[in-house]
Design a binder for this molecule. Structure first.
Ligand code: ATP
Length: 480
């Protein structure tokens, strides 16, 4: 998919009411977006599918909705105050700021695309050493200098040093401004789960292994944030922490890796567009980590992380809070701090992936049909209802069909314009089924249902429409 296509997607999102720039009438606020009527439905469907697969389908996974604001010591314990940094470098000529690690990764990818694999391997080895060294910024800077990596926007080779920037947003709690009242907007939802470990375990009467799932907003003062909703300063995460006995974490890690990949596939994402990315640098507390990446028009990028985090988080909270985080295993009579396997996916990134994957432009006759081939369970509108013409009692009959379908599906009613145009408008927003009420409906009580992907039409009796749609949704396969 070319960059023009990415631009087409961004413009479609705005034009059809999926996503708007935040505070647009004031010129917008950088890297913050609002979801319009269709975007909201898409988000609701994705959230629901995640919750269903994580909580509803697992006896031993329960939900939580923790506050965004937390005690400031949480972020000292988690390591975010000291180490939630990105290595940044500035182009002195254009004044634009870049992530040093991403510049190097881009350089390596460029070498590979030119067939210079040996050179790419050697830069990659130095890159891994730099990431693992005590002076990471210095190591990255040295590579940028020796490889003469140029600025992507100005082409200049005129850099500042590499510096670390903390990504947390801070604010004051209460009316008095002093450093003790400084708190943070959470940069991830996971810590709300860790600090509630005992509350949830005791009240839900759970035994290890068990998981706690949560979705909600997170905030990061991202320095480089100009790829639409791929990287924003306010975003939503869907995370699950799975608590296991030490020594059993790899089994759980493998199990959740597979389940999470299958979830993306079950949403209709094409398998050839998904791949694993193993971390070059493990966080010091992690014993395994992998990302699920998707081939966006801007390249292969992370959508979800699956991390085996050992007992780091609970141990740190035990240390900083003075409260025991141990678990007593009634079967083995052992006491231990559980190990954790985490799955962490961004909702907004998932939405962008779904839109990119579903977007297609097809030649139909001498027209170009723009269509979003969403999984029907994810599409913002499942079924549109049209009277063929605005007379002869058809609008009334169409409204009655719509009211009936509304009990099970998200519907949309449209009686304006030629029927072909109405179909095209529904294709553009990804509506999988359109029901048309015509002259024959009154006599034989049947309607036409037109399918988005095949554009085929079927004649179905009015009282079987819901069932027909349900069957088609269950049998749907991505045919992109
Ligand atoms: P990246 O390397 O892209 O900055 P990360 O490794 O910091 O991401 P995690 O902390 O593992 O990301 O967060 C888990 C998930 O949350 C990511 O896979 C991504 O889907 C989502 N996410 C993280 N940061 C952002 C952001 N700024 N905007 C949108 N989604 C985000």
């Amino acid at each position: 998919m070319s960059s023009t296509t990415f631009e087409n997607i961004v413009s479609l999102c705005k034009r059809r009411g999926f996503i708007f720039q935040s505070s647009e009438i004031y010129g917008g606020l950088g890297a913050t977006y609002d979801y319009g009527p269709l975007g909201v439905e898409l988000k609701r469907n994705v959230r629901e599918r995640w919750w269903e697969s994580m909580v509803q389908h697992h006896d031993n996974v329960v939900g939580l909705d923790a506050a965004i604001l937390m005690h400031p010591t949480v972020w000292k314990a988690s390591g975010h105050v000291d180490a939630f940094n990105d290595p940044m470098i500035d182009d002195k000529q254009s004044k634009r700021r870049y992530r040093a690690d991403q510049l190097i990764e881009g350089h390596i990818a460029k070498l590979r695309s030119k067939g210079k694999d040996d050179e790419a391997d050697s830069v990659y080895a130095r890159f891994v050493d730099a990431l693992n060294s005590d002076d990471m910024p210095g190591g990255l800077y040295a590579i940028i200098q020796s490889e003469e990596i140029r600025s992507p926007d100005s082409g200049a080779f005129d850099w500042t040093e590499v510096r670390q920037f903390n990504l947390m947003f801070s604010t004051q709690v209460g009316p008095i401004e002093n450093p003790e009242n400084q708190i943070y907007l959470r940069p991830e939802t996971a810590q709300g789960i860790f600090v509630n470990f005992h509350n949830v375990r005791e009240t839900a009467r759970l035994q290890v292994p068990f998981g706690i799932a949560q979705m909600g907003k997170a905030f990061r003062n991202e320095i480089v944030a100009r790829q639409f909703i791929f990287r924003t300063r306010e975003f939503e995460q869907m995370e699950m922490q799975y608590f296991v006995a030490p020594g059993t974490q790899m089994e759980a890690y493998e199990e959740w890796r597979e389940k999470r990949m299958n979830w993306h596939l079950s949403n209709g994402i094409r398998s050839e567009k998904l791949r694993w990315h193993v971390h070059e640098k493990l966080a010091h507390y992690a014993d395994a980590a992998v990302d699920i990446t998707y081939e966006f028009p801007i390249g292969w990028q992370e959508v979800e992380g699956i991390h085996s985090r050992t007992d780091y988080d609970l141990s740190r909270h035990q240390e900083f809070s003075g409260k025991k985080m141990e678990y007593y295993d009634p079967d083995t009579k052992e006491k231990y701090i559980p190990y954790v396997v985490e799955t962490s996916v961004g909702l907004d990134r998932t939405i962008l992936m779904l839109i990119c994957d579903a977007f297609s432009e097809e030649q139909v006759g001498d027209e170009t049909r723009s269509v979003l081939k969403f999984h029907p369970s994810i599409a913002p509108v499942t079924v549109a209802v049209f009277p063929l013409v605005k007379k002869d009692g058809m609008p009334e009959r169409a409204r009655a069909v719509q009211v009936d379908l509304q009990r099970s599906f998200n519907t949309f009613y449209d009686e304006k314009g030629a029927i072909g145009r109405r179909y095209r408008r529904m294709d553009e927003i990804g509506t999988p089924y359109c029901v048309t009420i015509d002259g024959e409906t009154e006599s034989d009580n049947s309607v036409t249902i037109r399918e988005r992907d095949s554009m085929e039409q079927d004649r179905v009796s009015v009282d079987r429409v819901s069932e027909w749609i349900r069957d088609r949704i269950a049998a749907w396969q991505p045919g992109k």
